[in-house]
Design a protein around this ligand. Structure first.
Ligand code: 1GP
Length: 237
């Protein structure tokens, strides 16, 4: 549990973490070298790989190429068990605790467990909480679950605390990739102040100020997907 310990250590030292999320479906292996060098020059501390639905099978090759050129830890962020790759370092073992779809609460996890047992992946139990963000996101569509009302801070907190009590090692507040509105800062603050475990926040964060605001509100790790995907110089601004 080395990579999880590093996250805990960072939290203890109030060092903020940043993950770049790569969706294998949106990556061209022919131009990946340039992308990896941009990641290497960025402030990212982690690389997350995945998406609600990944249809290409370049994931292993993508991870191999990243590993040859970059030392950042690679975490799988899977939409389903077909996205497990033993080439990565760790997996966010997600349970979609904002939803009430048993497939995403336990069924996929039951299917994944025997596969994971055959890998060296560090498995990190993560309470995954989808927050309403203006329009329907891929997570909502694929999981067929409703996000939590963005104004219901108490429900978001109770959900995060239930995840922590169930033994989740991380809580991930998710607005959804490409979300119109990011997770409300007051919600980040309330949850961060009332759980002990590290808090991840992502979805719809499109500028550096948005990252800083999430950190200032109490996020320990921020995930950036679309903004970096659209502009590989995003972090140079
Ligand atoms: C999605 O939280 C991540 O799961 C990142 O979202 O693509 O909007 O940055 P964006």
């Amino acid at each position: 549990n080395n990579l999880y310990s590093q996250i805990i250590k960072a939290k203890t030292n109030n060092k903020k973490l940043l993950a770049i999320l790569l969706d294998p479906d949106k990556i061209d292996l022919n131009t990946v070298a340039g992308l990896i060098s941009k990641i290497d020059q960025s402030p990212a501390t982690h690389i997350f790989i995945g998406g609600s639905q990944v249809t290409t099978n370049i994931q292993d090759e993508l991870i191999i190429q990243i590993k040859q050129n970059c030392d950042l830890p690679i975490f799988l962020f899977p939409g389903n068990p077909s996205q497990i790759s033993d080439k990565a370092d760790a997996i966010l073992f997600l349970s979609l605790i904002s939803g009430r779809n048993p497939d995403f609460l336990i069924e996929h996890q039951v299917k994944a467990a025997p596969i994971l047992k055959k890998t060296q992946l560090e498995v990190i139990s993560t309470g995954y909480i989808l927050i309403e963000s203006g329009t329907e996101t891929a997570v909502e569509r694929v999981s067929k679950t409703k996000p939590l009302n963005r104004n219901n801070l108490d429900l978001a907190l109770a959900t995060a605390q239930a995840g922590e009590m169930l033994g989740n090692k991380l809580i991930y507040l998710e607005a959804g990739s490409g979300a119109k509105q990011a997770v409300p800062l007051e919600m980040i603050a309330l949850v961060a102040q009332n759980i002990e475990i590290p808090l991840l926040v992502g979805g719809g964060i499109v500028d550096l100020q948005g990252i800083q605001n999430a950190y200032d509100s109490g996020a320990d790790l921020v995930i950036i997907g679309t903004a970096f995907e659209n502009d590989n110089n995003f972090f140079n601004a």
